[in-house]
Design a protein around this ligand. Sequence first.
Ligand code: SF4
Ligand code: SF4
Ligand code: SF4
Length: 602
Amino acid sequence: MAVLSQPTLARLRRVSQVAFVAAFLFLLFKSEFTGSFRGAVGDVRLPWPVSLFLEADPLSALTTALSTRTLYRGLWWSLVVLVPTFFLGRFFCGWICPLGTLNHFFGSLRSEKKRGKSLIESNRYKPWQATKYYILVVVLVAAACGTAVAGIVDPIPLTVRSLGLALLPGVHYAFGSLLDVWYQSPVRWVRVGADIVQFLLQGTLVTFRQPHFRQAFILGVMFVGLLALNLRITRFWCRAICPLGALLGLASRWSFVHLVKDQARCDTCNRCLVHCQGGDDPIPGPKWKKAECHLCFNCVGDCPTGGIAFAIGSPVSLSTTVEVPQAQRRKLITGAVAGAALVPLLRSTTGLKVEADSRLIRPPGALDEPHFLERCIRCGECMKVCPNNALHPTFMEGGLEAIWSPVLVPRVGYCEPSCVLCGQACPTGAIWEITVAQKLGKPSGMQTAGETPAPLAAGPLAARPLAARPLAAGPPAARPLAAGPSGTGAPPVQTANPIKIGTAFYDQGRCLPWAMATDCIVCEEWCPTSPKAIYLVTTDITDAESNSKSVRRPYVDPKRCIGCGACEYACPVKDRPAVYVTSVGETRSKTNQFILPAAPKR
Ligand code: SF4
Ligand code: SF4
Ligand code: SF4
């Protein structure tokens, strides 16, 4: 049996934690598009793999695999975490997980008064630590029944969502306000200081654009509360709640890393319990709970007598170790029943039916709603990456089951026609990765030279190919074959309609030309389609002073409208816009369509 050098490992673990948190924050900062779509050749792409941590999350991979019976391409990265866990144990929790590291850090801020007996006692194993296994069973069974609600409690999506949508925008706001004050200072060196701070923090804590998201306050408070719990109980989240920790704890059952206890050398000073992160009873005497250990190596570093040591390679004595999680079978069965009951309960809640809210406008490329909910882990990457701040977490627009999934809020931002970034950032394929040509319904042959179409069904075991998805469902049907680019000799290329995420409507009681005989063509000017979906009809009217005049009244052509929301965004009627978008007519749905009356036969 090889005994591991414990102080070296504890130092390495600290380095690893800092490095992975830095990498996590770096990718989070880079989940933002700061360039321009104007003059871009080909599709604008994110230069960094911003979803890497989400793709390497075994719980996201397992739950979406259970709910969809497929594994979306990037989620194969999760094997990089899962497979070594079978041999090494929960190294991810102690060495890599960004939320684990934050919990570790905040746990180390506990009051000195707690040190001593009470701290040691609170750091012993507690039966409530088994709660996470019951939560794991609930979310896995719910996933098998067709919903990815696991993302709500999965630590990686939770951290991306909370930091990206709530805390970082708050920090941006604080720095922005501070810099504004400094820039207005009459003292020159204060203004120079502001320049230096801006230069150093640009692109990280200071951004060009101040993002803001709906639900940010709730998400932020919940996350801060979660971190604050560490001041009472070290790593409370990791020990009691985290379903990913539970999954890795189960996998660590077969690990070769063991804690070896030497009762004879132990003088019961209890120091090994003081900094234990997992609450797994490393002290000689009680059995070590293998599935709870985060491999932080604090215990062995703190032991003054060498009474405990980690070793690798040989079987461990069952008299000193509990190898399996301490969960009760009765409660596991209850969790399974709860998970199975969750989906029908969520979907039967009165008034929370899918498509119940006309403002549930999903991003372009989003799968039809049932398939979308099978995949969306509520990570918020799509919302963070949206250059127009158009995507926000839902609250009840899609029902309780869809909470914190993305919805387009056109009054805050519209969907940029040349942008397909949300599909690139989505780690699970809930938003399919489309090209701009596909989004706009251009023939693929019209792409410029060197432009590579996005791999729609790329990667091993990619989810359903485009043709099998309901992306192009509903009327109007795809256009007929068109001629290829002229003069190229290329064969005809299939053209499709643009991807439509909704349809604009006028509130004629509020629209200036309709209700107040006042000319206004803002919406028509903003409409990005070609030809424009908004057209103007000159109408002779009589105004309040009985003068005859002509106004141009806007109309929407629903066949051209893609539901981007630019008209609603730009409408000058401020409080409630006179033109607004609803989800009807969205390409992804077969049922949420207009029933247009058939043309009268002549
Ligand atoms: S919603 Fe539109 S603008 Fe926003 S990221 Fe998606 S494609 Fe881009
Ligand atoms: S749709 Fe958005 S929130 Fe849902 S998994 Fe994809 S990127 Fe994350
Ligand atoms: S009418 Fe409005 S929603 Fe429709 S394409 Fe034009 S700007 Fe976009």
